[in-house]
Design a protein around this ligand. Structure first.
Ligand code: G
Ligand code: G
Ligand code: MN
Ligand code: NA
Length: 253
């Protein structure tokens, strides 16, 4: 309850920070956008990660303002980059609460009208579990986002309870293999099999496949062998303040 009050005032005082983590195309080794990740600069506890406060924000409904801020900041950032001749995409995480919110689409439409962005420059990431609360409503919202030119990427794939048939039914563009499988794939044959099979499954369904939690070269090389499309993880880069992302892109070999 104390936490809830502090979270509420964090929104009013603008204590959230917009971090992002780069993604790289495994075939070309070229940067291909970044995932937006929220941080809370708590005056007492310093930098707090989302795992601590996002669940609380979801329970209390504060997630609507937090996600709204993340989405608008992403549009504003991509718009500014594009004006400056830097083309890059950002993906924003949406929660279960967000995708069930009837007002979501209207708000996104408004941000898009205020901050014009290139086609496909904004993506949304949704976990399987966020979609399974009410799959039918989620599918309708996802389809409307697609119609507006925003792709949906399925996050933390393999950890939820969705049926494989939903992979066909969800209007998604890509799947992100959960980092628990990717991090373990060199030492654990079961994780390796899941990663390999998921890459093939995704490709057979016409989806792009992203591996999260790529921490070393051995994993990168194995993913390349399996034809995985995109890598994200500490081997590529740690999450960074969004203001550093352009320089990171320029410095990336
Ligand atoms: O950045 P970090 O590894 O601490 O993120 C932990 C979790 O919080 C991840 O599952 C990530 O997807 C989620 N997360 C990060 N930023 C956001 C956000 O802006 N909104 C939502 N809903 N989840 C986020
Ligand atoms: O659930 P989600 O995929 O959104 O989680 C993203 C979070 O995972 C980020 O907050 C980031 O801090 C963390 N992360 C990103 N890359 C790596 C990695 O290579 N290894 C580990 N252990 N964590 C990572
Ligand atoms: Mn994510
Ligand atoms: Na993720």
């Amino acid at each position: 309850l104390v936490m809830m009050g502090r979270l509420r005032s964090a929104i009013e005082r603008g204590e959230f920070e917009f971090y992002c983590q780069p993604k790289v195309d495994i075939r070309t080794c070229k940067p291909c956008g970044a995932e937006a990740l929220i941080r809370w600069r708590d005056p007492v506890h310093g930098l707090v990660g989302p795992a601590t406060f996002i669940p609380l924000a979801e329970q209390s409904g504060l997630i609507t303002s937090i996600s709204g801020w993340m989405i608008e900041t992403a549009f504003c950032q991509v718009h500014a980059w594009s004006q400056a001749g830097f083309a890059s995409s950002l993906s924003v995480n949406l929660s279960a609460h967000d995708i069930q919110d009837p007002a979501l689409i209207g708000r996104i439409r408004q941000f898009a009208a205020t901050w014009a962005v290139p086609d496909k420059a904004i993506q949304f990431e949704l976990t399987e579990s966020a979609l399974m609360d009410d799959p039918e409503t989620a599918i309708r919202s996802m389809a409307r986002l697609n119609d507006m030119g925003f792709q949906i990427w399925l996050d933390d794939f393999g950890t939820g309870y969705s049926s494989l048939s939903y992979l066909q039914r969800f209007p998604i563009h890509a799947i992100k293999i959960d980092q628990s499988f990717v991090r373990a794939m060199i030492v654990d044959s079961g994780s390796n099999a899941i990663v390999h099979a998921t890459i093939d499954l995704g490709h057979h369904l016409g989806l792009h496949v992203v591996a999260e939690g790529v921490e070393d070269r051995a994993v990168w090389t194995r993913l390349a062998e399996y034809g995985c499309d995109i890598a994200q993880g500490f081997f590529v880069a740690q999450p960074m303040p969004v203001a550093h992302f352009r320089d990171w892109n320029a410095d990336w070999h």
